[in-house]
Design a protein around this ligand. Structure first.
Ligand SMILES: Cc1cc2nc3c(=O)[nH]c(=O)nc-3n(C[C@H](O)[C@H](O)[C@H](O)COP(=O)(O)OP(=O)(O)OC[C@H]3O[C@@H](n4cnc5c(N)ncnc54)[C@H](O)[C@@H]3O)c2cc1C
Length: 402
């Protein structure tokens, strides 16, 4: 037994009820976090989380676990910084070891325009509470001695930004801690229970049809990741979301400690080291929208080539595992949280390739909305209505995968 195997999730099984105050569709990080915050912050425990497979079986258990707040627009910086702050105290709060580790994240610039963008990012991030500093090539080399500043002679590192709060945490453990915290307070978590339809009273949602029968609720939150458009269409709602696969892979063990997270937006890849010593590499989404979980050689080939230009030591390592998740991509690369035109039906979506870091704050804010009926200020800019109102929150350059 080692630290990866010894931990088991312990959930109390409850007989499904016919009526709940709140039903949450989807047992990923966002659904579980909302249930956890409803129970811990508002004492609302007559809640069911309905998960069609197993908790954390979606993107929340198959991501590259990067946590950061160095976003490109003030609204996002404030929201993600809140989430980073909550992550820093999550082990203590849940009394679980989440393998949380502060690493710092470096964003590389390889051209004059990219350099100017990074200078602006550092200033704006710091102004809105997410410490980010501009760093010279020499400072980058000090933080990451492995880096080839010449970028293989093609992509020279001209500078970048360093966000010291950048961190990682073990994704399964985050899901399990939130699930156990909610469940211990009485929240029902029904795994292998898929939502297959809705019960409507006029235009209002009053319950869901599931593979385990009908269940009624005052409020239904849809937190189903890449499956959101299918579920929303069941209540007649068309969302501005497209589902794209995103792949990642790890190498075998690198014998030296590799502290920071490295990202290059021009080369479209990011790298960190797992607790096992593997080098974990992520890249851009697959261009073709689909629900396919299939991983492909094309990603490894192109991404490995790009990663090697900055980190030549990777060429001595071997590919160990590769996997895919399906991401709910919004057109402005920002999340969509809150009420919808369908009464009693709320959504948390548009988490695309960037939603793991948002799990604590996303759940906290949605729980407040459900408990009070009022949209909290922090998430008001991320409402679905922003598309109709032409107030989109464009932040493509911060996705890390574009
Ligand atoms: C390869 C990869 C790398 C990533 N790296 C990062 C990263 O480094 N940092 C970061 O911040 N983000 C990252 N992300 C994105 C992040 O993982 C997601 O945005 C986040 O996990 C979304 O959480 P969620 O709870 O919304 O969705 P999910 O975790 O996907 O959960 C949705 C759940 O809903 C369930 N479901 C679906 N349909 C139904 C139904 N009909 N009935 C009941 N249940 C249903 C699914 O089974 C699933 O468990 C990455 C994603 C991938 C794929």
């Amino acid at each position: 037994m080692n630290e990866f195997q010894e931990r088991k999730v312990t959930l109390k099984w409850y007989e499904p009820k016919q009526t709940y105050d709140v039903i949450i569709i989807g047992g990923g990080g966002h659904g579980l976090s909302t249930a956890y915050h409803l129970a811990t912050r508002h004492g609302i425990t007559n809640v069911a989380v309905l998960e069609k497979k197993y908790i954390g079986g979606g993107n929340s258990g198959r991501n590259t676990t990067v946590i950061r707040a160095n976003y490109g627009i003030p609204e996002a910086v404030k929201f993600y910084q809140r989430s980073v702050d909550l992550y820093y105290q999550l082990e203590q709060e849940t009394d679980r070891w989440l393998m949380f580790k502060q690493k710092g994240i470096l964003w590389m610039a390889h051209s004059e325009p990219a350099l100017r963008a990074e200078v602006a990012r550092a200033e704006m991030n710091t102004a809105f509470g997410a410490e980010t500093v501009f760093v010279t090539p020499q400072e980058i080399k000090e933080i990451c001695p492995e880096i080839d500043l010449s970028g293989g002679g093609v992509w020279p590192v001209m500078g970048g930004t360093y966000h010291p709060a950048g961190a990682t945490a073990r994704h399964d453990r985050v899901n399990w801690a939130l699930a156990e915290g909610a469940n211990q307070r009485g929240v029902h978590i029904h795994q292998r229970t898929a939502v297959i339809g809705f019960i409507m009273e006029g235009d209002k949602v009053i319950g869901v049809e599931t593979t385990a029968g009908k269940m009624y609720a005052d409020k239904v939150l849809c937190a189903v990741g890449g499956h959101v458009t299918g579920i929303a269409s069941m209540v007649g709602l068309r969302l501005p979301i497209r589902t794209h696969p995103l792949q990642a892979f790890v190498t075998n063990h690198y014998e030296r400690a590799f502290q920071p997270i490295i990202a290059s937006m021009s080369l479209l890849f990011y790298v960190s080291q797992t607790a096992r010593g593997e080098m974990l590499i992520g890249a851009e989404i697959d261009r073709q929208p689909s629900y396919s979980y299939r991983s492909g050689h094309h990603l490894v080939q192109s991404c490995a080539h790009r990663a090697l230009t900055l980190l030549p030591f990777l060429r001595d390592l071997r590919l160990l595992r590769q996997w895919t998740g399906i991401c709910d991509m919004s057109p402005d690369y920002s999340p969509i949280m809150g009420k919808t035109p369908v009464e009693n039906f709320l959504i948390t979506t548009g988490w695309g390739t960037w939603g793991f870091k948002a799990i604590p704050a996303g759940g906290e804010q949605l729980a407040e909305l459900i408990a009070t009926g009022e949209t909290p200020e922090l998430i008001a800019p991320f409402s679905l209505s922003r598309f109709a109102d032409d107030r989109t929150k464009a932040d493509r350059g911060s996705a890390g995968t574009h």
